[in-house]
Design a binder for this molecule. Structure first.
Ligand SMILES: [Ca+2]
Ligand SMILES: [Ca+2]
Ligand SMILES: [Ca+2]
Ligand SMILES: [Ca+2]
Length: 357
């Protein structure tokens, strides 16, 4: 440029310089335009994405859907347990679903129309297995992107039904007690019931199977049945009691469930009874010429305490006048010497013997 001294030469140089600058600016212009176009395209894409408005659940201003359903047959499998509504500002068709989690398998969602769905029960509810389900419902309008959903929590509370019977824990089925026992606690039984509240509370009653004597009682204390001996036993009167214990739950507005337990009470004999004669011939006759050792009669006695059955021994305590004796083991009375009907030892030929066992 320093060599362009003449004005026209300078003008030409300036023109070239300007043209160069314009050319330079032209490239930048193209670049800027291209960059602007890219930005515009990106903005357009973003704008298009943001152009969708998300759907929402319509649940009357609640934050959580809470359902209360009775367990068992009271809520049959296949029941429609809830009806869902959704809203989309763009009027997109909606799809409801349920997030896969523990417990979600018992529900089934069926979409109805454009923006509704029904929730059905697929499996019977059992409060004693699971008493509540905390679930997450999903909703999409198809424009939220893969795996993206609007969510809504649903809490299902399973209400109790009296569907369990009391079950007795292992107990002592046979109990032996002495007949001279004073009143005391014989044993304690317990039955458990899985239901809730009164449906699971157990009360006990007692029945004696072949009699109505008030020999035993039962009281319910802290869910247990305390069985007491309250009467005076007598082995010789009765030595076996068959008790039936009934456990009943406290249901007062539904069916009542029961369970029974059988207890056998064996009374042990105590020595409190004298022996008893079971065979005692009141009168017998014998010839006065009978040989010594001739059997005259036989008595038989047993122990009054039948459960003990001690060995019985016999003896003559009075009236033999030296003429009779008795076999201590067999109870056979026999002559000790020759008899004389006219003897002064007897009265009119008769002897009155007193035999003791
Ligand atoms: Ca939408
Ligand atoms: Ca019950
Ligand atoms: Ca129950
Ligand atoms: Ca006895």
């Amino acid at each position: 440029m320093r060599r362009c001294l003449k004005p026209e030469t300078m003008e030409r140089c300036w023109t070239r310089n300007w043209t160069f600058k314009v050319r330079l600016k032209g490239h930048r212009l193209i670049w800027e335009c291209w960059r602007f176009g890219l930005l515009f395209a990106m903005c357009f894409v973003v704008e298009t994405a943001h152009g969708n408005l998300p759907p929402r659940f319509l649940i009357d201003g609640q934050t959580e859907i809470v359902l209360r359903l009775k367990e068992g047959a009271a809520t049959p499998v296949g029941s429609r347990i809830y009806h869902l509504h959704g809203f989309d500002p763009d009027d997109d068709p909606l799809r409801f679903g349920i997030r896969d989690q523990v417990g979600s398998e018992i529900f089934q969602i069926e979409n109805v129309g454009k923006n509704e769905a029904d929730i059905f029960l697929k499996k019977e509810l059992d409060r004693e297995v699971k008493d509540e389900y905390s679930l997450v419902l999903t909703l999409t309008d198809g424009h939220l992107g893969e795996g993206n959903f609007i969510t809504q929590s649903l809490l299902l509370l399973v209400e109790d039904v009296n569907d369990n019977e009391p079950i007795f824990k292992p107990y002592q089925p046979t109990i032996s007690i002495r007949e001279d026992s004073a009143p005391y606690i014989l044993t304690t039984v317990e039955a458990t019931d899985q239901d809730e509240g009164p449906y699971g509370q157990v009360v006990y009653s007692l029945q004696e199977l072949d009699g109505d004597d008030n020999m035993f009682s039962i009281t319910t204390v802290n869910g247990k049945g305390i069985i007491r001996l309250i009467g005076q036993l007598d082995y010789e009167h009765k030595f076996l009691y068959q008790l039936r214990v009934m456990a009943v739950d406290r249901s007062n507005n539904e069916r009542v469930n029961t369970a029974t337990a059988a207890i056998l009470v064996k009374v042990l004999d105590v020595e409190d009874q004298p022996p008893e004669f079971v065979v005692a011939t009141p009168v017998t006759r014998i010839s006065e010429d009978a040989q010594i050792g001739t059997p005259v009669l036989q008595v038989k006695a047993v122990d009054g305490d039948r459960g003990i059955n001690n060995h019985i021994t016999y003896s003559i305590t009075q009236g033999s006048q030296g003429c009779f004796d008795i076999d201590a083991n067999s109870g056979v009375v026999y002559t000790l010497k020759r008899l004389d009907r006219e003897s002064s030892h007897n009265s009119n030929g008769a002897y009155i013997l007193e035999i003791m066992v």
